[in-house]
Write a protein that binds this ligand. Structure first.
Ligand code: PLP
Length: 421
C-alpha cells in the first residue's frame, strides 16, 4: 500500500460482518480462560492485552497504522507529544547519562530537556543544527546516549539535515530520535533517511481537527541495542522475571520495553476514545496535508511581496536558507505553517493579529482552521532571549498556521489586517 491508502486501511482489518469503522473498545480490562494464561501474559511469553494502561485493541490498531506509515516495526501511542518525547528518552537513559539535541526545536521540548530531565540527572547539550559534523562531534561524551532533532522545527521552520545527524549518531553507536510532528509521514519519513526512532505530537496535523491531545513513538527496528552501550536491553529486567529484551523481542526490543516497562510505570497511555479520534484524523491526513501545503505556498508568496513584511520564513520559498534541504527531505511540501515578521515593533505584530477576522488567535498550530500565534508572548515565554534566538524566534515573529479554507478567503483576511496596521 502507498501512504494514502495506509492512512485509510492499515491497522484495522474487519472480518465478515464486522464493523467497517474502527470500534472503540472502551474497556480497561480483558477476560481470560485461565490463570495460567494470565501468568504467561505477565511473563511476556504470550502476546495479548493485559490492562489498558499498557495496551488496548483500539489504540493498538492506530499504533499499527502509524508504524506502517512511518516504516517502523512498532509504535506506542502516548497521551501527548511531550509524553512521547519523554518516554522515547527515558527508555534508553538514566541519571548520569547525557544526550545531544538540535537547539532549534519546540519550546516545550526545550523545557523538558533543559529543566525537567536535568532534575532527573540527565543532561542535554544543545547544538546548532547547521554546524559541521566535526563541530557537532565535539559535543559527544562517553555517556552520550542519544541524538534528538525535529524534521521541521516548530516554530522556526528550519529543516534538519537528517542524514547528517544519522551519520553522526551511527558513528557514535547511539540512536537518532526525530520529532516528525509538522511533516507527518505523508510529507517525510525520517526512517528512510536513517532515523532510528520517530516521535510525534499527534495533537497537530495527524489529529488535525484540534480535538485530542496525543503523541506516538515509532521504532525503526534498525538500531543495534547489543552494541554494549545499552545494558538495559541486554541484561535481565528484574521487574519482568529477568526478561532480556533483545533476546525475547529481537528488532522490536526498544518499542516493547517502552510499553511494558516505561508505560507500565509512567502510565501515559491514551484512552480508546482518544485513539478513535486520532484515527479519524489520520484517515484524511494525506488529503489535508496536500491542501495545507498548496495554501501555505500561496500565502508565503503573497506575504513575501508585501512591503509591510520584514521577512517570511517558509522553506518552500526560493531563497529560503533551507530550500535545498526542503527539496531533499520535503519534496511534496513543507506543511501549512509559516513564520514571518512585520516591519515595526512587537506592538505592530499584535495589532495585525488582533485585526484578523477569519484566522483566530490560538495556542495551537497545524489545525484545519487558519490560526495565528505570537511565540514570544505564549509558547516560548519561558525561554531566555538567547534561547529564543537559538530556537529561531524574534520578538516580532508571527506563526501563521494556514488551514484548508478557500485560499482567496485566507488572503483577503490577511490583506485587510495588513491595511489596519
Ligand atoms: C506540540 C509539539 C510537541 C508537544 O506535543 P503535545 O501534544 O502538545 O504534548 C512536541 N513537538 C512538536 C514539534 C510540537 O509541535
Amino acid at each position: 500500500m502507498r501512504i494514502e491508502t495506509k492512512c485509510l486501511h492499515e491497522g484495522y482489518h474487519p472480518g465478515n460482518g464486522e464493523p467497517r469503522a474502527l470500534p472503540i473498545y472502551q474497556s480497561t480490562t480483558y477476560k481470560y480462560d485461565s490463570t495460567e494464561h494470565i501468568g504467561k501474559l505477565f511473563d511476556l511469553s504470550v502476546a495479548g492485552h493485559m490492562y489498558s494502561r499498557i495496551s488496548n485493541p483500539t489504540v493498538a490498531a492506530v499504533e499499527e497504522k502509524i508504524a506502517s506509515m512511518e516504516g517502523g516495526v512498532g509504535a506506542l501511542c502516548t497521551t501527548s507529544g511531550q509524553a512521547a518525547s519523554l518516554i522515547s528518552l527515558l527508555n534508553i537513559m538514566k541519571a548520569g547519562d547525557h544526550f545531544i539535541s538540535a537547539a532549534t526545536i519546540y519550546g516545550g521540548t526545550i523545557n523538558l530537556f533543559a529543566v525537567t530531565l536535568k532534575r532527573f540527572g540527565i543532561e542535554c547539550t544543545f547544538v546548532d543544527q547547521d554546524a559541521s559534523e566535526e563541530e557537532i562531534q565535539k559535543a559527544f561524551k562517553p555517556n552520550t546516549k542519544a541524538v534528538f532533532g525535529e524534521t521541521l522545527a516548530n516554530p522556526a521552520l528550519a529543516v534538519l539535515d537528517i542524514e547528517k545527524f544519522a551519520k553522526i549518531a551511527y558513528k557514535n553507536n547511539i540512536p537518532l530520535i526525530i520529532d516528525n510532528t509538522f511533516p507527518t509521514p505523508v510529507l517525510c519519513r525520517p526512517i528512510e533517511f536513517g532515523a532510528d526512532i520517530v516521535v510525534h505530537s499527534t495533537t497537530k496535523y495527524m489529529d488535525g481537527h484540534a480535538v485530542q491531545i496525543g503523541g506516538v513513538i515509532v521504532d525503526s527496528g534498525k538500531f543495534d541495542w547489543t552494541n554494549g552501550k545499552f545494558p538495559e536491553f541486554t541484561e535481565p529486567d528484574e521487574s519482568y522475571h529477568g526478561v532480556i529484551y533483545t533476546e525475547s523481542f529481537g528488532n522490536a526490543a526498544y518499542i516493547t520495553k517502552a510499553r511494558v516497562q516505561m508505560m507500565r510505570d509512567i502510565g501515559a497511555y491514551p484512552s480508546a476514545n482518544a485513539a478513535f479520534l486520532l484515527n479519524l484524523g489520520i484517515e484524511t491526513l494525506h488529503v489535508r496535508m496536500e491542501r495545507h501545503c498548496r495554501n501555505a505556498e500561496k500565502v508565503a508568496e503573497y506575504l513575501s511581496k508585501s512591503d509591510k513584511v520584514e521577512f517570511v520564513n517558509y522553506p518552500a520559498l526560493k531563497g529560503n536558507k533551507d530550500y535545498t534541504l526542503k527539496e531533499k527531505y520535503l519534496p511534496l511540501g513543507c506543511s501549512g505553517v509559516i513564520s514571518f515578521s512585520l516591519k515595526g515593533s512587537r506592538e505592530t505584530a499584535v495589532k495585525f493579529m488582533d485585526s484578523l477576522k477569519l484566522a483566530s488567535n490560538e495556542v495551537h498550530v497545524a489545525d484545519i482552521r487558519t490560526c495565528v500565534l505570537h511565540p514570544a508572548s505564549s509558547t516560548h515565554r519561558q525561554l531566555t532571549d538567547s534561547q529564543l534566538v537559538a530556537a529561531g524566534i524574534t520578538p516580532g515573529l508571527i506563526r501563521l498556521s494556514v488551514g484548508i479554507e478557500n485560499i482567496d478567503d485566507i488572503i483577503e483576511d490577511i490583506e485587510q489586517a495588513l491595511k489596519n496596521i
